[in-house]
Design a protein around this ligand. Structure first.
Ligand code: NDP
Length: 247
């Protein structure tokens, strides 16, 4: 078990990649806190983790609301005693060409994807600073590195996460806190399920490994960044995309 008895908070942990990371971390011995805006998926994921014999707290919390995160952090401290690992995973898309993109869709994506990471990092790093240790993992995207037609809001939010990762890595390094980002390519979840079969085929053709990734592929990398095996890595953005982008 690579993170035995650590406490991990995963945002957007009800579904998709966040759910997979939460379950994967529990299998590796961690106690888990998950937050999400969807009560039903939260309850299902909590049930799965409970059945693995680890503690699991679940919170219906919106990452755009700072006060909700602070309250959640206090409850986690109360029940589990600490927070060793924060995975900023919650994210949404509201795609459209820039000429048609509404201000509301711009604001919403920036609020969840970027301000959400700011909010959680601010609230949880305060605790990690006192503990003198911590691992923060931000889920960015290759779209934040290469851009994508129809995703001005999403690509700006994910590029923002990459900058935020570097700055917080520098600010928190002296307190033994590592901050890294993961930039996935196309991963098979509800988010990518919305794409048409034609787009999916086109995308797969651009991936040397010739398939969409699985949430568990991201969870493996996330586990590495959460474990002591990555203690000398900070401020990095690690791409996991089947070779789709090579720099
Ligand atoms: P999903 O849509 O499957 O899951 C995202 C989860 O976040 C959902 O449970 C969602 O709740 C929750 N969420 C949404 N808004 C909030 C909020 N304000 N506060 C708390 N939770 C919230 O997405 P994925 O699993 O595919 O994506 C996870 C992360 O990975 C995202 O940051 C995404 O941008 C990133 N990513 C995904 C890729 C992919 O190909 N799938 C590629 C690159 C990056 P609800 O169920 O209510 O929507």
């Amino acid at each position: 078990m690579r993170i035995k008895d650590k406490v991990a908070l995963i945002t957007g942990g009800g579904r998709g990649i966040g759910r997979e990371i939460a379950i994967f971390f529990a299998r590796e011995g961690a106690n888990i806190a998950i937050c999400d805006v969807d009560k039903e998926s939260l309850a299902k994921t909590k049930q799965e983790i409970d059945s693995l014999g680890r503690d699991c707290l679940s919170f219906c919390v919106d990452v755009t609301v700072y006060i909700q995160i602070e309250e959640m952090a206090n409850k986690i401290l109360d029940k589990l005693g600490k927070i060793d690992i924060l995975v900023n995973n919650a994210g949404i898309t509201r795609d459209n060409l820039i000429l048609r993109m509404t201000e509301e869709d711009w604001d919403k994506v920036i609020a969840v994807n970027l301000k959400g990471v700011f909010n959680c990092t601010k609230a949880i790093s305060k605790l990690m600073i006192k503990q003198r240790s911590g691992k923060i993992i931000n889920i960015a995207s290759i779209i934040g590195l290469i851009g994508n037609i129809g995703q001005a809001n999403y690509s700006a939010s994910k590029a923002g996460i990459i900058g935020l990762t570097k700055t917080t890595a520098k600010e928190l390094a002296s307190r033994n806190i590592n901050v890294n980002a993961i930039a996935p390519g196309f991963i098979a979840t509800d988010m990518t399920d919305k794409l048409s079969a034609e787009v999916k085929e086109k995308m797969s053709a651009q991936i040397p490994l010739n398939r969409f990734g699985k949430p568990v592929d991201v969870a493996h990398l996330c586990l590495f960044l959460a474990s002591e095996e990555s203690d000398y890595i900070t401020g990095q953005t690690i791409v996991i995309d089947g070779g789709m982008t090579m720099h």
